[in-house]
Design a protein around this ligand. Structure first.
Ligand code: FAD
Ligand code: SF4
Ligand code: SF4
Length: 485
């Protein structure tokens, strides 16, 4: 039923129904259901159609949120989808996993007195409904171009760039070292936030649109960057960041201590039906164990909630700052607490305890001292405040750094920042190598899916401008595409 707008005064905020905690703890399905058409229209109608929409300003892809909310409220889903997909290649994924409380919804002006419009849930509803209605089509260009682009990395940045370039008619090849396309959407983020069929549905569309995926193809191992440059007119590096940060304290070499991504990949692979020996033999499986996760970001939240679902007997999260100063989304902390996770704020590990296998963590209480150069208060240990947490499985979720791309790709001349991220000219997104562009986490450092999409789209525009300006290598032999197997 079509709704008038500005209903926030008399219509309360209502997210899609959240599954019962006991049921959630037993499986890996997404925790939120879907709006029905009436609820979606009602919730969209709460928007006050701001002249200066702060929601849009704080959305990394500058979604035209007020317009698609109005169209949804009027039941015009086809048009809502057209507007929403004009700025975002993966709206149903962003609707599920953007930290909306820090982005669009956190800046919705009615948030102050009336609770924000449920922007992400409506965005998810629009695209999921558009899929059901058959409105979401593969990227089919009006005319084909001979020029080809090689994209290294099939995560959100690579997928967004691939779709945009394909729409413009380029021959697009995506190279990924994994056996599945999607990057961290497949192997990092757990099912209870993003079920994998949602990602696979997108990959299928790209494949139907003749994007060529080269799975199990690792640049640096299976070919060099120089070789790829010969095959393509332009290259986009979108390889993400995967070098896990570590902690060097006594006991670091004990067994039963793992990096977060190893733990999450094993769980995601299991969910996808793969054989995972280290999961099956119990090594990377929290079933029946006391689990301690170290860290306070989204990755740590994903680990604790995965451990709950695997049947851990207790799950504790150790973080050196407090709740307000953690990097992870507050919504995710609430979900974890509902599911039985215990947070131990203002505490840092000092040593892993045990003999051969880890049996616990010795930690120390912290307080927040003076602000550092970035303005964040520095955690400092409180003397004589040690305590011990018993554990059978310890997961380190301390963040990620870039791998050494110039060395791996055999191009020592590729410029990187002092953090190891690839340096680009931010006006063109090109690296210091002619025709080689970069996007996503490998440029920004560990970031968000929606920023990866934004970067992928911007890179596609810049690659198009570069190729249309005719600056691409002259006289490429016509058989180059055929060389790409
Ligand atoms: P990636 O997604 O990392 O993709 C890079 C791809 O490059 C991978 O498929 C990799 O296999 C491939 N690759 C790497 N090296 C090579 C090579 N040499 N040759 C060929 N292929 C290569 N963000 C959110 O917005 N919301 C969340 O809830 C969220 N949760 C997260 C949970 C976890 C556990 C993690 C780790 C991250 C999470 N993020 C989240 C962050 C988000 O996943 C990333 O910011 C985003 O995926 C970055 O996209 P990308 O395309 O740059 O890189
Ligand atoms: Fe909000 Fe993310 Fe959607 Fe933008 S893309 S409107 S930030 S959920
Ligand atoms: Fe609507 Fe909130 Fe955006 Fe204003 S800020 S346009 S009320 S969603």
């Amino acid at each position: 039923m079509a709704q008038r707008m500005l209903k926030f005064g008399n219509l309360g905020q209502r997210f899609p129904d959240k599954r019962d905690v006991d049921a959630r703890r037993q499986d890996f399905q997404e925790i939120f259901g879907e709006y029905d058409p009436d609820r979606a229209a009602q919730q969209a109608s709460r928007c006050s159609q701001c002249g200066i929409p702060f929601c849009q300003i704080h959305c990394p892809v500058s979604n035209n949120i007020p317009d698609w909310l109005k169209l949804t409220a009027e039941g015009r889903i086809e048009e809502a989808y057209e507007v929403s997909s004009a700025t975002n290649n993966l709206p149903e994924i962003c609707g599920r996993i953007c930290p909306q409380d820090r982005l669009c919804e956190g800046n919705c002006v009615i948030e102050k007195g009336f609770d924000s419009v449920t922007i992400g849930s409506v965005e998810k509803y629009i695209t999921d409904t558009a899929f059901e209605m058959g409105l979401v089509k593969p990227p089919m260009p009006k005319r084909e171009r001979e020029q080809s682009v090689g994209i290294i990395g099939g995560g959100p940045a690579g997928m967004a760039a691939a779709e945009q370039l394909r729409r413009k008619g380029y021959q697009v090849h995506v190279y990924d070292r994994y056996d599945r396309i999607g990057g961290l959407l497949i192997y990092g983020i757990p099912n209870f936030k993003l079920e994998k069929w949602v990602v696979e549905r997108r990959v299928d569309l790209l494949e139907k649109g003749n994007v060529v995926f080269h799975r199990n193809f690792e640049v640096g191992r299976d070919t060099s960057l120089a070789d790829l440059q010969k095959r393509h007119d332009a290259i986009l590096i979108a390889t993400g960041v995967y070098k896990a940060r570590d902690i060097s304290i006594p006991g670091a070499g004990l067994e039963n201590i793992f990096q977060a991504l190893d733990y999450l990949i094993a769980s995601n692979r299991k969910g996808l039906g793969d054989t995972v020996p280290l999961f099956d033999d119990g090594t990377l499986n929290a079933d029946g164990k006391r689990v301690v996760v170290i860290g306070g970001g989204d990755t740590a939240m994903d680990c604790v909630r995965t451990a709950v679902r695997q049947g851990a007997t207790s799950v504790k999260c150790l973080y050196r700052r407090d709740r307000t100063n953690m990097p992870g989304s507050q919504r995710e902390v609430r979900h974890a607490e509902e599911e039985g996770v215990e947070f131990i704020w203002l505490s840092a590990p000092e040593a892993f305890l045990g003999n051969g296998e880890a049996s616990g963590v010795r930690a120390v209480r912290m307080h927040l001292g003076d602000a550092d150069a970035t303005g964040r208060q520095t955690p400092q240990p409180i003397p004589e405040s040690h305590f011990t947490l018993e554990a059978d499985l310890i997961v380190k979720a301390l963040g990620f750094d870039p791998e050494e791309v110039p060395t791996l790709f055999g191009v020592p001349e590729l410029e990187v920042s002092r953090w190891g991220t690839i340096k680009i000219d931010f006006r063109t997104m090109m690296t210091n190598l002619d025709g080689v562009f970069a996007a996503g986490d490998i440029v920004r450092g560990a970031s968000l899916v929606v920023w990866g999409i934004r970067d992928g789209r911007d890179a596609a525009e810049n690659i198009d401008a570069y190729l249309q300006a005719g600056t691409a290598g002259e006289g490429r032999p016509a058989q180059k595409l055929a060389m790409v197997s």
